[in-house]
Design a protein around this ligand. Structure first.
Ligand code: ADP
Ligand code: MG
Length: 718
């Protein structure tokens, strides 16, 4: 019998944390395999164990008569072993015959067995077995049933038996004991005043007790669909903790001081507006005003600017930067890729250089003397606007007076980078103004669905550009099977003959790039961008076909992009490096090969590379069979709508919120119990309760967040 987990050193001294212990590793080695497995699953505290909920339940509270069993039915039966023997045909196996009290017979068959099996199942023994009934050739039988020795008085289980998510080396019996022990020791005292709870829910302890050991009379249906009050209680607890944490960070931010920034009459902001070749759309004007109002406040802005691909976010960012510079502050603009950063840089230079502003450029590939000089100009405050990749937040970059940080496509930065940015902003305080925190503007072309905006992003202000600049024609989207490649080629030739340009996107370029692709298709099936480049060059004589992919050096990428932007290249074969931000208004046809392999948000982003000018544009989604169900849904969504918000809504529907957030990368499910799609009423209640709780029971609010989010709270803020 494995050692009781309650007595395991793992629960008391995790990871050899005890100070002065010279050989913590030795201690760890002594623990049993199941104890280590518990640790690996993060089940290393009584609370973690108490919150490890069953996947399903087995009913061991009753016995069935053998005569009444139907094939396929899982049941528990008790009786006497009348024969137990080892057969050798068709292969070595243990066969026992059991008679229940009515005298009906059941055959138990084990292909793998140990001496202990033979001992427990010896002739004359009384046993209780549980398994699925098969109508075999020799009568009723169970293959590999669970079994245990009993006598006439052995009581039946009083509760349904929980079956837990478990890993290798973690037997259910061990896990059940560990969870029961955790449940009895976990600090589950009620933190919440009854008035915040939805009516009719059990206490937290009672809820968990019920979920781990439901009585025989419990409704399996409400347990399985999570509508049972015990489930509701857990979901509410979790949603409330999440709301509290968001609201807490919002309030913390409100206590920080930030530079007050206002555009100067006749200043940069005004002059920039005057030199733009077009007027702002109403939507751009509105969001610009929202941002300007934030910048004029003495608290740091924490705003997300969302707007569909091509809605014109860059100029809004430039205007915000102009306000900051007008007020004498530096502004940093960060983009997730070098290509995107470069596009911003080019555009900002084009707009601001004539107005006398030097835009600085900072990326990872910039090294040596050039970089040192740049850093000096940033540190001296001579560089007012600094554009680049995450190189902008490296430790050696010191700003003289950073007043505004703008992050484009912020969700594409990893969690670690987002946290690094927050830390950087914390410490980056100009010498003249030690207590000031910069304003933060984030931009995204992937709109956050409403439910997520109310939960994970509850501490963000959101501005939305909800209309595209005028004169755009909607993009026609078509789905073609691989077999119609020739038609697509002909279409490309037509577009080029009209003086238009074409993108052709391939999912991967070289076999080695596919590491971590993880979608399980053999690589040889993937379109190879180099081959495709060759194929298009052959099929389109006289047409200049370019090629861009992630393996090119940044300068090479920039050259390829520049040739396409200037029209020297008519067709550009690309891997997904072109996904974000690339802006070539003359491009009118987008072909996406193996479209079924892309996510919906990514497809929408790619499609947004065309339809940027006044020409009617087409997006062709090429797919190979067989299409998965979700693949089909994604392509259907693409054909049916061009609206980024609708796309995001469907994406959420298809993938669920965890994946939407990119949480899979972090390996952490964001909500363990609640389901945003189903639990809207609970969420509404949690939103209502959170501010009241923070005001009137701050200690309980803190304890609630710590209990449910623990170390995750940091991640949620990123
Ligand atoms: P995104 O929101 O995807 O970042 P961009 O800022 O790249 O969009 O803008 C897309 C294109 O629209 C650019 O060519 C930009 O110059 C142009 N644009 C932006 N605002 C307007 C406007 N008000 N009128 C016309 N064109 C605009
Ligand atoms: Mg953009």
């Amino acid at each position: 019998m494995p050692r009781s987990p309650a007595a395991s050193p793992a629960t008391d001294a995790p990871n050899g944390a005890a100070s002065g212990d010279a050989k913590p590793a030795l201690k760890a080695d002594l623990r049993s395999a199941p104890a280590k497995a518990l640790d690996r699953m993060g089940l290393d505290t009584p609370l973690a164990l108490a919150l490890h909920l069953p996947l399903r339940y087995e009913d061991e509270t009753r016995l069935s008569a053998i005569a009444a069993l139907q094939p396929g039915q899982t049941a528990q039966v008790e009786g006497q072993i009348v024969e137990c023997r080892v057969d050798f045909r068709p292969r070595r196996q243990l066969v026992a015959r059991l008679h229940d009290d009515a005298g009906d017979e059941l055959v138990l068959r084990f292909v793998n067995f140990y001496p202990s099996h033979q001992k427990t199942l010896a002739t004359g023994q009384r046993v209780r077995v549980r398994g699925e009934l098969r109508g075999g050739f020799f009568g009723r039988e169970m293959v590999h049933p669970t079994f245990k020795a009993v006598d006439e008085h052995t009581p039946l289980a009083a509760a349904l038996t929980p079956v837990y998510p478990a890993g290798a080396q973690l037997p259910q019996a061990y896990l059940r004991k560990a969870v029961a022990a955790g449940l009895s020791r976990a600090p589950l005292d009620e933190l919440l005043p009854a008035s915040v709870l939805p009516p009719g829910l059990p206490s937290l302890r009672a809820a968990l007790q019920f979920l781990h050991q439901p009585p025989a009379s419990a409704s399996l249906a409400t347990l399985e669909d999570h509508s049972h009050p015990a489930w509701q209680r857990l979901k509410f607890e979790e949603l409330l903790a999440q709301q509290l944490s968001q609201m807490q960070s919002r309030r913390e931010r409100a206590r920080l001081a930030a530079p007050v920034m206002q555009a100067l009459p006749g200043g940069l902001h005004e002059r920039l507006l005057a030199v733009l070749p077009w007027g702002l759309t109403d939507a751009q004007q509105r969001v610009s005003q929202e941002i300007a109002a934030d910048l004029a406040k003495p608290q740091p802005m924490h705003r997300l600017l969302q707007g569909d691909v091509g809605s014109g976010k860059t100029v809004v960012a430039a205007l915000a930067a102009a306000v900051a510079m007008d007020a004498g502050w530096q502004c940093a603009l960060m983009a997730p890729t070098e290509i995107l950063a470069e596009q911003h840089f080019v555009k900002l230079v084009q707009w601001l250089q004539p107005l006398g502003i030097t835009v600085a450029w900072l990326t990872g590939s910039r090294k040596g003397k050039g970089r040192r000089e740049m850093l000096e100009r940033v540190a001296s405050g001579e560089a007012k606007l600094i554009v680049g990749t995450h190189a902008v937040i490296q430790d050696d970059v010191q700003f003289a007076r950073l007043g505004l940080a703008i992050v484009d496509e912020q969700h594409r930065f990893g969690v670690a980078q987002r946290l690094a940015l927050r830390r950087k902003l914390r410490t980056e305080r100009g010498p003249g103004s030690p207590a000031l925190e910069p304003h933060l503007l984030m931009m995204s072309a992937t709109p956050i669905p409403r439910t997520l905006a109310m939960t994970y992003f509850a501490d963000l202000e959101v501005s939305t550009i909800d209309a595209l600049p005028p004169g755009r024609t909607p993009i026609l989207t078509k789905v073609f099977g691989e077999g119609r490649r020739d038609e697509v080629m002909a279409r490309i030739a037509e577009e080029v003959a009209r003086g238009r340009q074409v993108y052709w996107v391939c999912p991967l370029i070289e076999e080695s790039e596919a590491e971590g692709d993880g979608r399980g298709k053999p690589l040889s099936e993937l379109a190879n961008a180099t081959d495709t480049h060759q194929e298009l060059s052959d099929a389109l004589p006289g047409v200049v076909v370019g090629l861009i992919h992630g393996r090119l050096a940044p300068t090479e990428k920039a050259e390829v992009m520049a040739r396409f932007a200037s029209g020297q290249t008519a067709v550009l074969v690309a891997t997904t490096v072109i996904e974000v931000g690339v802006d070539v208004p003359n491009a009118s046809l987008m072909v996406i090969e193996h479209a079924e392999r892309f996510g919906l948000a990514q497809l929408h982003q790619l499609r947004g590379r065309v339809g940027r000018g006044e020409v009617a544009s087409i997006c062709v989604l090429l797919y190979s069979s067989p299409l998965s169900e979700t693949g089909k849904q994604r392509l259907k969504a693409m054909v049916e709508t061009g609206d980024g918000f609708e796309i995001a809504r469907r994406d959420l529907e298809i993938r669920g919120p965890g994946e939407f957030m990119g949480a899979r990368q972090s390996g952490d499910a964001l909500l363990r119990f609640a389901d945003l799609a189903e639990d809207a009423p609970l969420l509404a209640r949690a939103r209502q309760a959170a501010p009241w709780l923070l005001d009137h029971h701050p200690a309980a609010a803190r304890a609630q967040v710590a209990r449910w989010l623990g170390s995750k709270a940091d991640f949620l803020k990123a």
